[in-house]
Ligand binder design. Structure first.
Ligand code: PEP
Length: 252
């Protein structure tokens, strides 16, 4: 039985005062819950706020993640943030290959693979995002797109590596209010697991998250699918009440 993981992706949102209020609101909302969720919970924040969030989350069950990392160790890479810096700031995970980075920062499969490879030799958990565009889905290319994106990652994967998390994030569902149906998500998740089983010994234990307009209303039907092991939540993770409802939906 895989423990579910609910990970918030704040994207480029937050401020020192927003972050402090968010943690306060989150703790209050969690303490008011009658039932406790069994899910692991994480929040991925902009890098400048990792240190503050790490302090705010001391003693809490909430894990901390970053949203991107450099593929390089150190040196003349202006503006980049390294894995050791993320570790130093308290991050336990990092999102890699989010579709917004692929679309706006020209990240391709080769760059994503380099980042995954570097992360594997750190203490961080890589959360690798994959997903097709609307045009690709309509053209019947969903599986081939996912297989290509995943192959680049699997090529650098040690078959014994156990910390990999994959997030299926159909590009057409991110921030649009459109969501994959539970059946559409399950079909792709099962495909991803089958592909993973060709390389890793842990395909049945690895988590595959769904991301794309998951919210308090649709979370439980998506999370009840057998291969949906949690969610990567953008917009709804900024609103603590909604985020907590999603966490509760994962625990039942
Ligand atoms: C995301 O950014 O990973 C995401 C899934 O966003 P949203 O939930 O807002 O669609």
């Amino acid at each position: 039985m895989r423990q579910k993981l609910i990970a918030g992706n704040w994207k480029m949102n937050g401020s020192r005062s927003f972050n402090a209020n968010w943690v306060k609101g989150f703790n209050e909302a969690m303490s008011q819950c009658v039932t406790q969720s069994q899910a692991a919970v994480m929040v991925c924040v902009p890098s400048p706020y990792l240190s503050q969030m790490s302090d705010l989350l001391k003693g809490s069950q909430l894990a901390l993640g970053a949203q991107d990392v450099s593929a390089f160790d150190k040196g003349a890479y202006t503006g980049e943030v390294s894995l050791s810096m993320l570790e130093d700031l308290g991050a336990q995970a990092v999102i890699i290959g989010h579709s917004e980075r692929r679309a706006y920062h020209a990240e391709n499969d080769a760059m994503v693979a380099k980042k995954v490879k570097a992360t594997i030799s750190s203490s961080l958990m890589p959360i690798v995002c994959l997903g097709e565009t609307q045009e690709q889905r309509l053209a019947g290319q969903t599986q081939s797109v996912i297989a290509t994106q995943l192959k680049a990652v699997m090529d650098v994967l040690d078959p014994d590596f156990e910390r990999l998390v994959v997030a299926y994030e159909p590009v057409w569902a991110i921030g649009t209010g459109l969501t994959a149906s539970p059946e559409q998500a399950q079909e792709v998740h099962a495909f991803i697991r089958e592909q993973l089983s060709q390389k890793t010994r842990h395909a049945n234990a690895l988590k595959i998250l769904y991301g794309g307009s998951m919210n308090a209303q649709n979370a439980s039907s998506l999370l009840s699918q057998p291969d949906v092991d949690g969610g990567l939540i953008g917009g709804a993770s900024l609103v603590t009440q909604d985020f907590v409802k999603i966490i509760l939906a994962a625990g039942i």
